[in-house]
Design a protein around this ligand. Structure first.
Ligand code: NAD
Length: 357
């Protein structure tokens, strides 16, 4: 039997979930606040046509928990939150819709700070900013940091290099065959970094336009048939499309040594697929560790944006990835679990500092 919302919140450790509806604009929103020990919860607003309200709630709960881990492991003074808006982006998005949503965000008094995510843009954040100051990722012409994707991509590149250091003894991507699944905002910049360093990119996407944007720039990129990607002969798999692509079926076929990509919730079930990757000898770079570039960028925006400072913090993903591998080896656990323990330890340590107990 499906757990109730409160039962799911209790089992995953959520503090608060707010449900919002507005018949005039068609807004249906779920704002999930997972943990605010380290600071206000921050996470993007996702607009998606979910099959059911249950699916939307589960997504909001999983994604907000992921944000807690992502900020904690990255050393940020932020908690985890996420908003999920239900509906068809092409029909709903307009000024009134975003401003109504902005008012709901404002009602939380800064406990939740929003940002861009799937189907939301800097322009949408600009409308939200008309109703609340608790919004980040606003356009550069308003003093914001703009699209975080290039910084996320850089962080993935850095984490990928750290994994190469562990597996091959050198962090160079030269000559490495990398399957990039998803040529979106993050995937395309990641491909630039890999090609620049002499890596061979194999690409899969369901969007022909995005494929073209890559192949017109890099003639060396090989486009794969989407149904056969996991049979390809590769060194590294970089999931940069949707979550849950690392599952029992894909793991049984994958012929890579490393998985390092941008997507959130890459493991369909961390308790099953984390250990399965260890058994197969595949080094997995935990998703919330490697894809933290965007949130790091946004956290810098909150202090007054400076790109060089953001990049310097993102560079730390390299050392943190190696630290994660060491902890997993020492405790004989899979890398995702080791990353969760790294994040949980920081939250517990800082909670003690804050309470003085
Ligand atoms: P995007 O929407 O710009 O790109 C996603 C790409 O994946 C699109 O080109 C899409 O056509 C493709 N795609 C979708 N389903 C696919 C499939 N089954 N097979 C192959 N390709 C498929 O998104 P993005 O901003 O590039 O983000 C990529 C991933 O990284 C997402 O999961 C996102 O949640 C995550 N992420 C992004 C950021 C960021 O800063 N943008 C930060 C952290 C995590």
């Amino acid at each position: 039997m499906q757990q109730s919302v409160l039962e799911q919140m209790q089992s995953m450790g959520h503090e608060q979930v707010m449900f919002c509806t507005d018949p005039h604009t068609g807004l249906n929103a779920i704002i999930a606040i997972h943990n605010t020990t380290l600071g206000p919860s921050l996470g993007g607003t996702r607009l998606w046509n979910y099959n059911s309200h249950e699916d939307a709630i589960t997504d909001a709960l999983r994604l907000s928990r992921g944000m807690t881990y992502k900020s904690a492991i990255s050393g940020l003074n932020l908690g985890g939150g996420k908003a999920v808006l239900i509906g068809d982006a092409s029909k709903l998005k307009n000024e009134a819709y975003w401003r109504r949503y902005g008012r709901f965000v404002n009602n939380l008094g800064g406990k939740y700070i929003t940002a861009e995510d799937v189907n939301t843009s800097s322009k949408d954040m600009e409308y939200i900013a008309m109703e609340t100051k608790h919004v980040t990722g606003v356009p550069e012409y308003l003093g914001g940091s703009g699209d975080p994707s290039p910084v996320t991509a850089y962080g993935v590149y850095v984490g990928m290099k750290a994994a190469c250091k562990k597996v091959y003894g050198s962090d160079s991507l030269s000559g490495k065959r990398v399957l990039v699944q998803g040529a979106g905002n993050v995937g395309r910049t990641l491909i630039d970094h890999i090609v620049e360093e002499g890596g061979k990119v194999l690409l899969s996407d369901i969007n022909e336009n995005n494929i073209k944007l890559v192949t017109q720039k890099h003639s060396s990129v090989e486009v794969l048939n989407n149904n056969e990607i996991f049979n390809a002969d590769i060194d590294i798999y970089a999931p940069c499309a949707l979550g849950a692509s690392v599952n029992t079926d894909s793991i049984s076929k994958l012929k890579c040594a490393i998985i390092a990509g941008a997507a959130n919730n890459q493991l369909a079930d961390e308790n099953v697929h984390g250990p399965m990757l260890v058994e197969k000898g595949i080094t997995y770079v935990p998703d919330f560790l490697i894809n933290a570039g965007g949130i790091i960028n946004i956290s810098v925006e909150m202090e007054g944006y400076n790109r060089a400072r953001a990049i310097a913090i993102v560079d730390k993903i390299y050392g943190r990835t190696l630290e994660n591998f060491e902890l997993a080896a020492k405790e004989n656990i899979h890398n995702q679990l080791a990353a969760m323990r790294m994040a949980e330890k920081r939250i517990a340590d800082i909670a003690k500092v804050k309470t003085g107990l």
